[in-house]
Design a protein around this ligand. Structure first.
Ligand code: FAD
Length: 480
């Protein structure tokens, strides 16, 4: 059950309302609900007020007022995050308000010759991609949540997604930021420059900070030429080692044309076939592992398809790939990606699940899968491993579904030992316990465990320097 919120004085509520207007202030319990729960239902909390500012000046005034009265600020974008970062904490030490950015969704400028776009933090990722495409440009950040997540949330989580292999994470796509600092001042770093060696790169402090250092209000991001040809295929491979060998070869043969390389085990596809209406087994028979790969080229569609077919033909001849299907239309391409994008949600057909978001060097992926699989089996025999992810980045969602017939609660009781076992394997292989989802509330203890010592102390020093009163997203990332 959610804790009772610490109320905010009526006179202060009136001051907030004066800043953001009636349209930007929600304080009735019914309307508050969608802003208070994380979508998966893991975190459900209370806050007496949700504010929806419409300009940077309004954000700055809201933050100043919070700073003067010691009120915690919980920034919220599309609320698609998976670690409890965008919801108010239950049982807080001080009152908190949620500041949701959806009314700041404008594209301020698109400069086609500079290959840049400047947009406000509340701009939905899909809208940003569409604006770029309308100008014959390409914004490569792409996630299954792109219809709801927002640019500010993407930058604050340093989002990854399916095209990191070629274009990098959100961090590598940002050139400039506008941020309201925890004391209400505005850091105007909205420069659209690819070269700017003028001291510390301050904008990068706020990327991946999950709203704990300031509130991002706008960003200038890189654009790329819109590809003329995009070709995709789903292929079967015998095991993860074959997938990694295929990845190495694809990078050599296709160079920068290779933009996505995703791996999925059969269990992940099995759940999707039960979950997604109309889904069909893409190869007509079962394979143990699948790779979904995509190339994009400045040349035409026919050339893209020829390049991919030539590469896959050679891989088939050498036995690295055992079967495959190529998309010959954008509808077929969408069908292949729909299978991949449904994998996380589809897991619910199997019962209770425990999800992990790890990364290891690409060359260690096969070791990780065999060692982590053995560790899980030893702790909870019969657990179904649902492994899939952006394997071209060494990132796997190594998700676990309860053994058939087990009580869901009994499986979830094993959350800590199972997660610790998976993280121990990833860490021993030089990996990370959180590849792209961040820390939020969910992984605070793990951050302390795996990033202790000098690294954690440096993070705390930065937090104290920027937010000495600790009002920005209290309790997230570093804990209290
Ligand atoms: C189906 C699905 C698929 C996903 N796939 C991927 C994936 O492939 N790769 C990936 O990286 N993630 C993925 N995610 C996770 C999530 O979509 C990303 O983390 C996304 O970047 C979050 O954006 P958001 O706008 O929803 O942010 P929110 O969830 O609202 O917030 C996330 C964090 O950022 C902070 N924040 C939000 N806006 C601001 C702002 N303007 N200023 C400062 N702080 C802010 C919040 O306080 C919170 O800590 C997926 C999620 C779902 C549901």
């Amino acid at each position: 059950m959610a804790a009772v919120p610490i109320e905010i004085d009526d006179s202060l509520v009136r001051e907030f309302r004066r800043i953001v207007g009636d349209a930007g202030c929600i304080d009735s319990s019914g309307d508050l609900a969608p802003f208070l729960a994380e979508q998966r239902g893991f975190y459900c909390s209370q806050a007496p007020l949700v504010l929806l500012p419409a300009t940077t000046a309004e954000v700055a005034a809201v933050v100043s007022l919070c700073a003067r009265h010691g009120i915690g600020i919980v920034p919220q974008g599309g609320n698609t995050g998976l670690v409890g970062g965008a919801v108010a904490r239950s049982a807080p030490r001080a009152p908190q308000v949620v500041v949701a950015m959806r009314r700041m969704a404008a594209i301020r400028e698109l400069d086609p010759d500079n290959y840049t776009i400047t947009a406000e933090a509340g701009c939905v990722l899909a809208a940003l991609q569409a604006a770029a495409a309308d100008a014959d440009r390409f914004f490569p950040l792409s996630l299954a949540s792109e219809g709801s997540c927002q640019l500010g949330g993407n930058l604050s989580t340093n989002a990854g997604g399916t095209n990191v292999l070629r274009f990098g994470t959100a961090r590598e796509l940002v050139l400039g930021l506008e941020v309201v600092l925890p004391d209400g001042r505005v850091f105007d770093g909205l420069r659209a420059l690819r070269k700017d060696n003028t001291g510390y790169d301050l904008k990068q402090l706020f990327v991946g900070a999950e709203g704990t250092l300031g509130l991002i209000t706008a960003a200038t991001c890189k654009l790329f030429p819109r590809p003329r040809g995009v070709a995709s295929a789903l292929v079967a491979v015998a095991d993860p080692a074959a997938a990694i060998a295929l990845h190495s070869r694809a990078r050599l043969a296709l160079g920068d044309e290779l933009i996505a390389f995703e791996l999925a085990g059969r269990q992940a596809l099995d759940f999707v076939l039960r979950f997604l209406p109309g889904a069909r087994d893409p190869l007509g028979h079962q394979a143990p592992w699948y790779v979904l790969l995509e190339i994009a080229t400045a040349r035409d569609q026919a050339t893209a398809e020829e390049d991919l077919e030539a590469f896959l033909g050679a891989a088939l001849d050498s036995g690295l790939v055992t079967d495959g299907v190529a998309a010959h239309s954008s509808a077929q391409r969408d069908q292949l990606w729909a299978l991949r994008h449904a994998m996380s949600d589809a897991q619910k057909v199997g019962g209770a699940s425990i999800k992990n978001d790890i990364s290891v060097p690409v060359s260690r992926v096969a070791d990780f899968l065999s060692q982590a699989g053995a560790a899980v089996e030893a702790l909870a025999p019969g657990t179904r491993v649902v492994a899939f992810g952006h394997v071209g980045d060494g990132n796997l969602h190594f998700n676990l579904t309860q053994p058939e017939g087990m009580e869901p609660g009994a499986f979830l009781d094993l959350w800590n030992p199972l997660t610790a076992a998976v993280n121990a394997v990833a860490t021993a292989l030089g990996g990370s316990f959180s590849a792209e989802h961040g820390i939020g509330l969910l992984k605070v203890a793990q951050l302390r465990r795996y990033r202790g010592g000098v690294e954690l102390e440096l993070m705390r020093t930065i937090k104290r320097a920027l937010d000495p009163a600790g009002i920005m997203n209290p309790g997230k990332v570093l804990g209290d």
